[in-house]
Write a protein that binds this ligand. Structure first.
Ligand code: PLP
Length: 397
């Protein structure tokens, strides 16, 4: 008898479980389209040149590793604000944004969730159906009741926008609405600028609390374009939350570089909000690690490195788009009768392929092509060497 006798085995993380199965697969042609990671055309995780250059500069002037402030590196937080809201924007200029360096985008979401739970313990959280699989668990673990708003419409191969809007319009004031700022994970379908206007209007009319999750800024159409939803909420005079992740855009997954920004009504309020965010951090992990934040701050703060980053980010974005087109063309050439052109209207790293669970299981077991049972495939893991095999495999199922 141990104190852990009653501890149940938790279910495996679905994506990490897929990874384990992939690693054990002996098929020489196997392709992993399960994880949300960008690989280059050689199937390698890139180490960006801008990151290497920043690290080399840091090596030339090594520094001791004291604790960072609870809210992280000042230059980093300022760079995040500039990226999310615009350096010359009114919110940044007036000092009414509270930003903290977080442990990845996940950390930004969690610090925000902990703060919100103290602020409004009765609030419910609404996430998209479907959403990034950790949204529900994260907000549930922070103590919230989590429900969803309609999003994906399988029959339409698109978004059930009327359903989404109707749910927002029926939500009680104070409901936290988690919105994917761009490059929706897992579907790859984003709402249009006009639809964003309607979402902003509904959020404003109902007094909802917007929480924008920005994990892919720069992977859709460009840094500014992908931040357009944020600007719409600013223009509407709303206060809201934005989590940022640099995992993908800097290919710094394991360094855990992210942030949380809270737009407040004025500078004084931002000071009070920041003080509470710092308590959430202090009581969880005290303060953030240095390296990843220092690299990102160094790149964003140096005009040459920043230009290099934007170039490299653009190359990743363009390569993903090219792979989408190749997938559509390749499926057609492989004999798929159905019109698959919807894949090029999707954006970001993922595609909801429309394949059934049975088809995804067959792809995995018979062909070693790994995606999630929901039909999600990471198009950012396709390359010129595996694309023909993937197309031929899909055509066979
Ligand atoms: N939010 C969404 C929508 C994501 O897809 C991800 C990562 O896959 C995250 C947040 C978390 O990002 P990070 O790895 O920086 O914690």
């Amino acid at each position: 008898m141990s104190m852990f006798t009653a501890v149940e085995m938790a279910p495996r993380d679905p994506i990490l479980g897929l990874n384990e199965q992939f690693a054990a697969d002996t098929n020489p042609n196997k392709v992993n389209l399960g994880v949300g990671v960008y690989y280059d055309d050689n199937g390698k995780l890139p180490l960006l040149q801008c990151v290497q250059a920043a690290e080399q500069n840091m090596m030339k002037a090594p520094t001791a590793r004291g604790y960072l402030p609870i809210d992280g590196i000042v230059a980093y937080d300022n760079a995040v604000k500039a990226l999310v809201f615009g350096a010359d924007s009114e919110p940044v200029q007036s000092g009414r944004v509270a930003t903290i360096q977080a442990i990845g985008g996940t950390g930004g979401l969690k610090v925000g969730a902990d703060f919100l739970k103290k602020l409004n313990p009765q609030a419910k959280v609404l996430i998209s159906d479907p959403s990034w699989e950790n949204h529900r668990a994260l907000f549930t673990n922070a103590g919230f009741e989590v429900e969803s708003y309609p999003y994906y419409d399988a029959a339409k191969r698109g978004i059930n926008f009327d359903g989404m809007l109707a749910t927002l319009n029926a939500a009680p004031a104070g409901t936290v609405v988690v919105l994917h700022a761009c490059c929706h994970n897992p579907t790859g379908y984003d709402i249009t600028p006009e639809q964003w206007d309607q979402v902003v209007a509904a959020v404003k009319a109902r007094g909802l609390v917007p929480f924008l999750d920005m994990a892919y800024q720069g992977f859709g159409y460009g840094l500014k374009e992908d931040g357009a939803a944020v600007a719409k909420f600013v223009d509407a005079g709303l206060t809201f939350f934005v989590s940022t992740s640099f995992s993908k855009s800097f290919s710094l997954y394991g360094e855990r570089v992210g942030a949380l920004s809270v737009l407040c009504e004025n500078k004084e309020e931002a000071g009070r909000v920041l003080s509470q965010l710092k308590i959430a951090i202090r009581t969880n992990y005290s303060n953030p690690p240095i390296h990843g934040g220092a690299v990102v701050a160094a790149v964003l703060g140096n005009p040459e490195l920043r230009a290099l980053w934007e170039k490299e980010l653009g190359e990743m974005r363009v390569r993903i788009k090219a792979m989408r087109q190749k997938l559509v063309d390749g499926l057609k050439a492989a004999g798929v009768k159905e019109d698959m052109s919807f894949i090029t209207t999707q954006i970001g790293m993922f595609s909801y392929s429309g394949l059934s669970k049975d088809q995804m299981v067959r792809l995995r077991n018979e062909f070693g092509v790994y995606g999630t049972d929901t039909g999600r495939m990471c198009v950012a893991a396709l390359n010129s060497k595996n694309i023909d095999y993937v197309c031929a495999s899909i055509a066979k199922v």
